[in-house]
Design a protein around this ligand. Structure first.
Ligand SMILES: NC(=O)c1ccc[n+]([C@@H]2O[C@H](COP(=O)([O-])OP(=O)(O)OC[C@H]3O[C@@H](n4cnc5c(N)ncnc54)[C@H](O)[C@@H]3O)[C@@H](O)[C@H]2O)c1
Length: 326
């Protein structure tokens, strides 16, 4: 069985490719390299350079490599940019997926694992977000992920395709420094950026109804997330016709202030944060119930927040050696 990993040259995709190949699965990467890097694709794994919007190229890749399963990570992921460029996001994330699903069903591919996001939930007003918590995305990015789930599930129902929509919570860390996220879109790299510039990290709002007043999120190590893909791929193969929707998180909340304190402690910096006003649209607390993934996939996150920070920091130092202290 060969798995086509779209977006396999990206941050998460590169980890998924490694986890799948280490688990003995054959993989081929399909990526337009718009944000991905060819050198993240391991030796021995074929790389097809192309867009998911290119129906002929997708169909040829599926046929040439005798693909029987797809893990679809290729997408645009910046929430702020999606507000400014909604049509671009709908085209890349929704139309790109529709083209892919068309080719997948025509080629007789049996399984699809889809990268969804906690962004589908928007501002959930619950202690733990379950898969039954109503979806109400707050950005065009989140909308494209929810629409993507609809496409995937509807195709599964109509054609018998086995599907898994994995709703990732806040992804962090790296298996190795050279696989670290190079973007600065999430809290941990944002803190790193401030410390590197010798400026205080910023907290947006400390008057939320949370224990220390700052927003609480659920962080998941990218290596654990990659292992969840392996487990999902195998679950779909072993019981065809399944359609799973699963939260992938740790089920533990970490506040922005706690994260800044841990980053300072683990990187040898000592920069207390400053507090800025709340940003519109930031929910107070988004923490997963990951019970369903444990039940369905026999998967559980193993890595701690400290593991995420230290591995992400090693990746950061590779690109920003000036950030080292002492
Ligand atoms: N990073 C996170 O915290 C997070 C959280 C939730 C969900 N996700 C989802 O996980 C997936 C991977 O995210 P990432 O953080 O690795 O981002 P990334 O930008 O590093 O990876 C995306 C990859 O997809 C490729 N790509 C983008 N559009 C494409 C297209 N139309 N055709 C072919 N290739 C295309 C890019 O070149 C890149 O290699 C995305 O679907 C994202 O929405 C990420």
């Amino acid at each position: 069985m060969t798995w086509l990993i779209t977006g396999g040259a990206g941050y998460i995709g590169a980890h998924v490719v490694r986890a799948m190949t280490e688990a003995g699965e054959r993989t081929v990467v399909y990526d337009d390299l718009s944000t991905g890097l060819a050198d993240r694709v391991p030796d021995g794994v074929p790389l097809v350079i192309g867009s998911t919007l290119d129906d002929e190229r997708v169909a040829r890749a599926l046929a040439d490599h005798e693909v029987t399963g797809v893990v679809h990570l290729a997408a645009k992921k910046q929430v702020g940019e999606s507000v400014d460029r909604p049509l671009h996001y709908y085209r890349e994330n929704v139309e790109g997926l529709r083209v892919l699903l068309d080719a997948v069903t025509a080629a007789g591919v049996r399984s699809v694992v889809f990268s969804s996001s906690a962004a589908v939930y928007g501002m959930p007003d619950v202690e733990l977000v379950t898969e039954e918590t109503p979806c109400a995305p707050m950005s065009p990015y989140g909308e494209t992920k929810l629409a993507g789930e609809w496409l995937v599930r509807a195709t599964g129902r109509a054609t018998g395709l086995s599907t898994a929509c994995l709703r990732y919570f806040n992804v962090a860390g790296a298996a190795r420094p050279d696989l670290a996220d190079t973007g600065v879109f999430n809290l941990i790299p944002m803190i790193f950026e401030k410390l590197t510039a010798d400026t205080p990290p910023r907290i947006f709002g400390d008057d939320y109804p949370t224990p220390d007043g700052t927003c609480v999120r659920d962080y998941i190590h990218v290596v654990d997330l990659a292992e969840a893909h392996v487990a999902a791929a195998r679950a779909l193969r072993s019981s065809p016709g399944r359609n799973l929707t699963l939260n992938i998180g740790r089920g533990e909340g970490v506040s922005v202030r706690e994260m800044i304190d841990r980053v300072n402690a683990l990187t040898g910096h000592d920069r207390p944060p400053t507090v800025a006003p709340r940003r519109p649209g930031d929910p107070a607390r988004v923490v997963a119930s990951a019970d369903r993934a444990t039940t369905e996939l026999a998967w559980k996150a193993r890595h701690t927040v400290d593991d995420m920070i230290t591995s992400a920091w090693s990746g950061w130092l590779r690109l920003h050696p000036e950030a080292a202290r002492g």
